[in-house]
Design a protein around this ligand. Structure first.
Ligand code: ADP
Ligand code: MG
Length: 509
């Protein structure tokens, strides 16, 4: 077999970290090669070496059989290698066309030949189904469109080998499917693809071969067709992970604890975001909210948690009208909130892990009496939570900002749930966290439900909604487009409601 890329025995050390430890990776010509591993496994480092952004300490790279010293991205591009980074590298105030031809414009008598460039680019767009308007400015594009621009740019530079670093981390399910079909088309045209992800289903769906990394080293290599989620996650994490969360039969209570009635609200740009949303949540059930992001989920959470006020409609919690109640008294009644953006709303990165853990209770008895904090008691609580919630840190004195995303999320989760809230709003609770922590957090959510908490789970991961929810509400354009029983929900059906292709009334109970 002809190899597009052979990376042989690559080692790369950063101060204090062995980022790549004797790593070998072979990618066949015209193959989709999945590269998976938890955060920090060394995937980006390996690809930065291939793309000439970093030099290896040792090891050999061959491109189409020829040994190559790749000293810069320009050298990589000359060899036919392109990389789409996790963070896009586009000029926001320039048009799509300008971004694509930047530095590579064809010239005619010394002038840039835009017409010729446009023609060549339109050709690429048609061939790979990468629709995007060439005359829009980058800042006007959605994330999925920006990603397509990056791919077009790579193809315009005649890439034969395309590296995509976590391309689906930022995409909606629909955009993800679309990207998958683009990858297949690229492969049909003989382009080799290295696709980095930590989402097992995706990688199994499209990859011919999969290489698994863990802590800087390769821990497995399997054919896509022979891979299973169980074996891949074991290679990634180093132990058996079971992502299926057992859902015990449970009869929710008779009386609702949360009653949302006909909410109307505006988004931050002053446009209608909620348009008459009503539903109820009962103790002992998980109500999942599915939907493409931006269909009112964020505003719904803000109104229920008390971060913002609706235009009209009401929120009742434990029989009380809390629509205009601030956040803290709601919390004191037993409402907890794991926010969707933990760095903006959930944690204070420059404070200690301990302070972040006790943020919700330091001012109340028994941790504070007559306005005096009991520091021993607070430290004891923080230490206990670190152990119970398996937060990987040597103690609780260090700064929160030094933790990985998964451990930060465990801190938020521990703080919000350790005293069994009556009602938990969990917004994107496993976004950007490692597979081991995902398993942990999902099981905790289920346990809270089994202990009688009511849970509102808002997630862009349809898998997560399907595996945890007792009932599923699908949001579309600020309304509840459907309600589906979580035990017999069908992914395709929900997908159609998410796209607005279908709708049906929900029973509100
Ligand atoms: N430029 C750098 N300087 C120092 N350490 C780095 C640098 N880049 C990555 N690392 C470290 O190398 C390890 C592997 O990181 P990375 O390749 O980004 O992993 P992945 O992409 O699999 O999440 C991590 O411990 C990370 O902190
Ligand atoms: Mg990375």
């Amino acid at each position: 077999m002809e190899y597009a890329v052979e990376m042989e025995r690559i080692t790369k050390r950063y101060p204090g970290v062995l980022a790549n430890d004797d790593v070998s990776l072979c990618v066949g010509a015209g193959e989709i090669h999945g590269l998976i591993g938890e955060n920090g496994a060394g995937k980006s480092t390996l690809m930065n070496i291939l793309y000439g952004l970093e030099l290896p300490d040792s090891g050999v790279i061959r491109v189409f059989g020829r040994e190559a010293a790749i000293g810069s991205p320009n050298a990589a591009i000359r060899l036919g290698i392109s990389m789409v980074h996790q963070h896009f590298m586009l000029m926001p105030n320039m048009t799509v066309l300008q971004n694509i031809i930047l530095g590579r414009a064809p010239t005619r008598f010394g002038f840039i030949d835009r017409a010729k460039a446009r023609e060549a680019i339109s050709d690429i767009i048609d061939r790979y189904d990468l629709a995007v308007d060439l005359d829009l400015k980058i800042y006007q594009l959605s994330v999925g469109q920006k990603q397509r621009v990056e791919i077009i740019k790579a193809l315009y530079r005649r890439a034969k080998i395309l590296v995509l670093d976590e391309p689906t981390a930022v995409l909606t399910p629909d955009e993800t499917n679309r990207l998958m079909s683009v990858l297949r088309r690229l492969k049909e045209q003989g382009i080799s693809i290295i696709f980095i992800t930590h989402k097992l289903r995706e990688v199994m769906e499209v990859s011919d071969m999969i290489t698994v990394m863990r802590k800087g080293a390769v821990t497995g290599r399997v054919k896509g067709a022979e891979a299973s989620a169980g074996s891949l996650s074991t290679m990634m994490v180093g132990r058996i992970v079971d992502m299926s969360v057992p859902k015990a039969e449970r009869k929710p209570a008779e009386e609702p604890i949360v009653e949302i009635d006909c909410l109307h609200a505006l988004n931050s740009r002053g446009l209608p975001a909620l348009r008459g949303v009503s539903f109820r949540i009962f103790p002992g059930e998980i109500v999942g909210v599915a939907g493409v992001e931006g269909n009112g989920q964020t505003e719904l959470i803000e109104v229920i948690s008390g971060l913002s006020r609706p235009l009209s409609g009401s929120v009742r919690f434990m029989g009380l009208d809390v629509t205009h109640m601030p956040v803290r008294p709601r919390r004191e009644l037993g409402m907890a909130h794991v926010p969707e953006d933990r760095l903006k709303q959930g944690v204070a990165a420059s404070c200690s892990i301990r302070d972040n853990l006790v943020l919700g209770c330091y001012y109340r008895p028994p941790y504070s009496k007559l306005g005096v904090m009991d520091n021993n008691r607070l430290s004891g609580l923080a230490e206990r939570l670190r152990e119970d919630f398996d937060i990987k840190a040597p103690g609780t004195g260090g700064l929160l900002g030094t933790l990985s995303g998964g451990n930060m999320q465990k801190v938020v989760f521990a703080r919000e749930t350790h005293d069994s809230p009556k009602f938990l709003i969990a917004a994107q609770p496993t976004r950007g966290v490692d597979i081991g922590a995902i398993e942990y957090i999902r099981r905790r959510i289920m346990r809270l439900r089994d202990e009688g908490s009511a849970i509102l789970l808002v997630s862009a991961e349809l898998d997560e909604i399907l595996s945890l929810s007792d009932r599923i509400l699908v949001m579309y354009e600020g309304e509840i487009a459907a309600e589906v029983d979580g035990n017999c929900a069908d992914e395709d059906e929900i997908g159609q409601f998410m796209m607005g292709a279908r709708r049906k009334g929900h029973s509100d109970a």
